[in-house]
Every structure is written in C-alpha cells, then in structure tokens.
Write a protein that binds this ligand. Structure first.
Ligand code: ADP
Length: 169
C-alpha cells in the first residue's frame, strides 16, 4: 500500500519577508508639535526597539505637502489637509526595523482617533481625524518613497545601535 507522507509546508520566502528590515517615515504633525507631544511620540518608537535614522523639525512648503498626499488629491478634505500640514513645524523622522512599517501603524492607531485603541498614539492623544497628531507610511514602498521625499542626502544616518543583540536573537 502507498504510504501517505504528510507534506511539511515550509515557506521560506514568507519567513524572509516577515523578517525584512524596513524603513518607515513617521511625522509628528503640527498639532503634535504645538501640543508638546514630540518627546512622548518619539519615546514610543524608541522604547519599542526601532532605530532612528533621521530626525528634523521642519516647516513644510505647500508643494511638498501636496506631493506627499497626492493620492488624496481628489478628496474633499484635501485643501484643509494641506493647510493643516503646513500650518506649523512638523517633526520628520525615519525609523528602521524588522516589520517597522506595520508595527508603527499599530502604535499610531486608526486614522479616526475616536476609533483608535487606547494605548495607541491617536487613541491616547487625539479626538478628530483632521487633528490626528502623527503620520506613518502605509507600506514599505511608501516608506522608502516618503523618506526620499522629506529628507535630503546626508540627513540620514546608518548606524549600529548597541542594544541590537538584546532586541533580536
Ligand atoms: P492615515 O494617516 O491613517 O494613513 P489616510 O491616508 O486615509 O490615513 O489619510 C491621510 C490623512 O488625511 C489622515 O491622517 C488625516 O490627517 C487626513 N484625513 C483623512 N481623512 C480625513 C477626513 N475625512 N477629514 C479630514 N482629514 C482627513
């Protein structure tokens, strides 16, 4: 009789992609800066174990805000969104880590802060979609695109954090 051998399913490409080091663009929006939340927000990404690769306080010109949010161009709230993002300085950040893109979105919470879980940045510090304190890239490709958009060459640092062996085995 034929022996049925149970196939062991192993998908190394999936494992590899889950463990890929990614880059994400995180931005503290003008309301986050005005409300004194800069330290608190940076702390959450630092404590989680991600690595900061770029950081600056920056007054965003209208053209850059429009380019950053170009996928939302046709939305009725687009002009208000551009006014909001350019209404005062923002804090631009690059963060690096395994799975950082999706993890940062979880730390940030839902777009509408009233739907964001307590413990997330928006869940803890905001009440309205139009003032939701922080931005995070929604895919690894957009992470790269947005870091390229907001930072010039020479503004980013590749460095080794001494805590790395204590974060990843
Ligand atoms: P997220 O920032 O969570 O990725 P979106 O990409 O859908 O969310 O939207 C980008 C930003 O546009 C939001 O963070 C918010 O600042 C703004 N926005 C989205 N929807 C609305 C809305 N209905 N009214 C006002 N602003 C909005």
């Amino acid at each position: 009789p034929k022996r049925h051998i149970k196939a062991r399913i192993f998908l190394p490409h999936l494992v590899a992609s889950m463990e890929e080091v990614e880059q994400t663009y995180i931005m503290i929006k003008p309301d986050g800066v005005q409300r004194g939340l800069v330290g608190e927000i940076i702390s959450r990404f630092e404590k989680k174990g991600f690595k900061l690769t770029g950081l600056k306080l920056f007054q965003c010109p209208k053209e850059l805000a429009e380019e950053h949010y170009k996928d939302l161009q046709s939305k009725p709230f687009f002009p208000k969104l551009i006014d909001y993002i350019t209404s005062g300085p923002v804090v631009c950040m690059g963060w690096e880590g395994v799975g950082v893109v999706a993890s940062a979105r979880k730390l940030i919470g839902a777009t509408n802060p009233l739907n964001a879980e307590p413990g997330t940045i928006r869940g803890d510090f905001a009440v309205q979609t139009g003032r939701n304190v922080v931005h995070g890239s929604d895919s690894p490709d957009n992470g790269k695109r947005e870091i390229g958009l907001w930072f010039k060459e020479g503004e980013l640092c590749a460095w080794t954090a001494v805590q790395e062996p204590w974060l990843v085995e």
